[in-house]
Design a protein. Structure first.
Length: 241
């Protein structure tokens, strides 16, 4: 940019010098005074002026060698010294890291939702994996998506700050899918009922054990002595002859 400005300044100065030189040449060539030209015009003897130099020579650009001094001593620089050369940074710039692509949504379809007292289960169809149907719970991970929340109306999936809310109302079930959904829902209800019954049994057993321990606390066990049975041998009878 600075070299271009210097070259432009040199060209302007050269043009100005050429114009001054042309004017000086015209004056020295003996141009007729104005009064003589007027008198000649009145008498009809006015002759057209002949150019001193051809137009091509008058406006011919100067060679670049003429601007060496202007470049070495720039006119608009306070120090009249050329600017120091710019040193390129030798450290290569690290290529900008490509931002990670955002995860693609619309990968799941809600087939059914089961809300039990102790857990929440959702049946999801994986659209990118041959429409495989799996059941998930809150906090589990499926295809790098985390099941953040299961509500009666939707399932909220999250990955890398992206949230995808899959609504149950967006799904149109076929008859086969409805049968599968009904069977799995019944199975989940049975499993939940079994877990509740098992928990009740464990709780009842714990209460019974605690009751027995309180009942027999402080009682010493009875010591029983073993009873020996003594057999009286029958007298031997000897036959006397």
């Amino acid at each position: 940019m600075r070299v271009g400005q210097l070259l432009l300044t040199g060209v302007l100065l050269a043009s100005a010098g050429g114009m001054v030189y042309s004017l000086q040449t015209l004056v020295e060539s003996g141009v007729q005074p104005m009064e003589e030209r007027i008198a000649s015009a009145r008498s009809g003897d006015l002759q057209p002026l002949q150019p001193v130099l051809p137009a091509a020579e008058l406006f011919a650009p100067l060679p670049l060698a003429e601007f060496i001094e202007i470049t070495a001593r720039p006119l608009f620089s306070p120090s009249r010294r050329p600017p120091p050369p710019e040193i390129a940074d030798a450290t290569p710039e690290a290529p900008a890291a490509n931002p990670a692509a955002a995860p693609e949504t619309n990968q799941f379809m809600v087939i059914g939702i089961v809300i039990a007292p102790d857990e929440k289960v959702a049946l999801l169809k994986q659209l990118r994996k041959n429409n495989e149907i799996v059941h998930v719970k809150e906090g589990e991970t499926l295809s790098e998506w985390t099941v953040a929340q299961i509500s009666p109306e939707s399932v909220t999936m999250q990955q890398q700050g992206v949230t995808d809310v899959v609504k149950l109302s967006d799904n149109v079930l076929s008859d086969a899918e409805k049968r599968v959904l009904s069977q799995r829902a019944k199975q989940e209800e049975l499993n939940a009922a079994r877990r509740e019954q098992q928990a009740d049994r464990v709780e009842n057993n714990a209460e019974q054990n605690a009751t027995h321990q309180r009942r027999f606390a402080g009682q010493s066990p009875q010591l029983k002595r073993p009873v020996r049975r003594i057999r009286n041998p029958s007298p031997r009878v000897r036959n006397r002859n």
